[in-house]
Design a protein around this ligand. Structure first.
Ligand code: MG
Length: 256
């Protein structure tokens, strides 16, 4: 009788542990405070310097492919603007980069609908390390009077780094990101030698100050460096939410 009781207790314990693991949820890694202070930005639009690689000059997507299969990028180019085409998924650069300075401009449409993460969601994967959303995401989102978890707002390194301020402009206005990316370095045996670091200016305001990333972005669970990689494309996100698609322009990069 006693052994039956012990066996039952062991089984219950196993069941409980499995149940706890199954319950890992996206909400577990959301942080809602502190809310970054709102800052009104100045003018931050800038042309590419002479040694930059222009990734999008308003004319074509020659530097881009579909992330899913490497075919020519199918997002929409019109009037010098690149607009996300959600039916085709993420696009990424043909070229691969290690350490770089990146400038890009993005705009949430003036008629944006939705709330929270479903309101003008896109993203810049600072290194694309696989299909879909594999990589290190700098969040793009309407963050003008749009409440969400602060480690998921514009200027956040998604679910890792809360922006130091919120200089977001209104939907319909162009915004800028200037990023300094230092890729992770791995030892010959695949172990991590040094983690990735990102510095981000959002509309000219420092929002990430040489932040040390804990690994590639994870929607659920904790990030870790478990997949060594070398130079990688920069990827733009076609997010699955139902809100109106974002646009990009003036994208350039300088390798360091
Ligand atoms: Mg996103």
């Amino acid at each position: 009788m006693k052994s039956v009781f012990i066996l039952t207790a062991l089984m219950a314990g196993t069941f409980f542990m499995a149940g706890a693991q199954d319950k890992a949820k996206p909400e577990d890694t959301e942080t809602w405070e502190p809310v970054p202070k709102v800052v009104t930005p100045g003018n931050t639009f800038r042309d590419a310097p002479s040694d930059a690689i222009v990734l999008f000059n308003g004319k074509n997507l020659d530097e881009w492919v579909q992330n899913s299969d490497g075919s020519p990028a199918k997002w929409d180019v019109k009037d010098d603007i690149l607009t996300v085409n959600k039916q085709y998924g993420n696009i990424e650069t043909k070229r691969k980069f290690t350490n770089y300075q990146l400038h890009l401009e993005w705009r949430v449409p003036a008629n944006i609908s939705g709330t929270g993460q479903a309101r003008g969601n896109s993203g810049v994967f600072l290194a694309s390390i696989g299909k879909g959303d594999a990589g290190y995401e700098l969040q793009v989102l309407d963050s003008y009077n749009n409440k969400t978890y602060v480690n998921g707002m514009a200027g956040s390194l998604y679910k890792q780094a809360i922006p130091l301020a919120n200089p977001g402009r209104k939907p319909g206005e162009w915004q800028t990101y200037d990023v300094i990316w230092n890729a992770p370095v791995y030892n010959a045996d695949g172990t991590l030698k040094s983690p990735a670091h990102a510095t981000v200016f959002f509309n000219g305001v420092l929002v990430e100050n040489n932040f040390e990333l804990k690994g590639p972005t994870q929607y659920i669970g904790k990030p870790e460096y478990n997949k060594p990689h070398g130079a990688a494309p920069v990827k733009l996100q076609a997010h699955g939410d139902k809100s109106e698609p974002l646009s990009f322009r003036n994208i350039w990069i300088r390798e360091l």
